[in-house]
Design a protein around this ligand. Structure first.
Ligand code: SPD
Length: 358
């Protein structure tokens, strides 16, 4: 399963970064030159359809397509692709649901890719995981019961665990391979699974939610992949209805909601479904994630009928959250100012997404 992305480079240097051309003593190579050498085109990363000439591009994966061809035609972002220089492919396999790839990149650390689409990188995962978690949990006082849909890498769990008020966390992830791969290659993220408050359910969240008692959760976080493949149902009305049913009155949902640069129609559809389904408030927020298509990702924040939720002015600021950051690394991205700023929307989005105007 291991690929050969970095092999050519490793043949030319020793583990401590010294070069040996066979004509004399080893010479020290400055780290900037090591980076430049990693970009030599002949050091091709081979044997994955999304990796061409040592560069990964976020195009749909397909095992039947030969290497060395470029497919810049993802239906979610036709005509564009974002590329990362690959140093070494660490893992690739096909689960029952999707193709799973992990590689070491030159610029963003290790990268998790599902069906050809970047899910996270070590460098910028903080922006996504911290915002999708703390936008909802800092908007209600003392959240106690939380459900995560998807999130098999464990990083949203890691973030939830900062909240000392939380007593019970369910996570429903369909693909066990994602969990196993995260535990092996991303221990700083998968640490979330170690918390005793976490209850793991491997299975289909749509089915799981049908059996959840009404009003069980204070907050639900939907950390899904894009709505192609296994996550397709997660943007449809019946799914949002089961979410609303599983939330207590005044409970909150935070749902991954794509890019405002690429998916205004999808965002509009999701907002209008949520306005029909959630009788409290519905807001759109966004953050910057450089390795996601167009460099941004959005979140839909909804509350059920009941005590009104002021999403924009958090009532449970993380700075005051008991135990925040004690078990894991410090927060890197989220703070109260970023929270409120995330709800500021560009004019084109307000104009194009009619349901955002009121
Ligand atoms: N376009 C990519 C969206 C990925 C959202 N899910 C990421 C999972 C990280 N926990």
């Amino acid at each position: 399963m291991e690929g050969g992305a970095g092999r050519g480079l490793e043949c030319q240097k020793t583990m401590d970064g010294r070069a040996n051309d066979g004509n004399g003593p080893e010479k020290e190579i400055p780290s900037c030159c090591l980076k430049a050498r990693a970009s030599i085109p002949e050091l091709d990363a081979k044997c994955h359809s999304t990796v061409v000439s040592g560069w990964f591009s976020d195009a749909p994966s397909s095992t039947d397509k030969p290497c060395k061809q470029v497919y810049f035609n993802n239906p979610m972002w036709p005509g564009e692709a974002h590329s990362l220089k690959v140093e070494k492919i660490l893992f690739q396999d096909k689960s029952d649901y999707q193709e799973v790839l992990v590689f070491e990149s030159l610029a963003y650390g290790k990268v998790l890719v599902l069906d050809g689409i970047v899910q996270l990188t070590e460098k910028d995962e903080c922006a996504y995981q911290e915002m999708i978690t703390h936008l909802p949990l800092c908007s209600i006082p003392s959240p106690k019961t939380v459900l995560v849909v998807g999130g098999g890498d464990g990083a949203v769990l890691r973030e939830i665990c900062r909240h000392g008020s939380v007593e019970h966390i369910d996570i429903c992830e369909i693909d066990k391979m994602v969990i196993d791969v995260s535990k092996k290659f991303f221990p700083e993220l998968a640490i979330g699974f170690d918390d005793p408050r976490v209850n793991l359910h491997v299975g289909d969240a749509v089915e799981f939610l049908k059996n959840v008692p009404r009003g069980k959760y204070d907050a639900i976080i939907v950390d899904s992949s894009d709505p192609v493949g296994p996550a397709q149902e997660l943007v449809e009305k019946p799914f949002f209805e089961t979410i609303a049913r599983a939330l207590r009155t005044g409970g909150v949902l935070c749902n991954m909601a794509e890019s405002m640069w690429l998916h205004t129609h999808l965002i509009e559809d999701m907002i209008s479904i949520c306005r029909e389904t959630f009788k409290g408030s519905v807001h759109y927020a966004w953050t910057s994630v450089p390795t996601y298509p167009s460099g941004v990702i959005g979140f839909l924040l909804c509350s059920t009928e009941g005590p009104p939720v002021d999403f924009i002015n958090p009532v449970n600021p993380i700075e005051k959250v008991e135990g925040a950051g004690k078990q894991c690394r410090e927060l890197r991205f989220y703070n109260t100012e970023m929270h409120s700023a995330a709800f500021a929307l560009p004019t084109f989005l307000r104009r194009e997404v009619r349901s955002l105007r009121h």
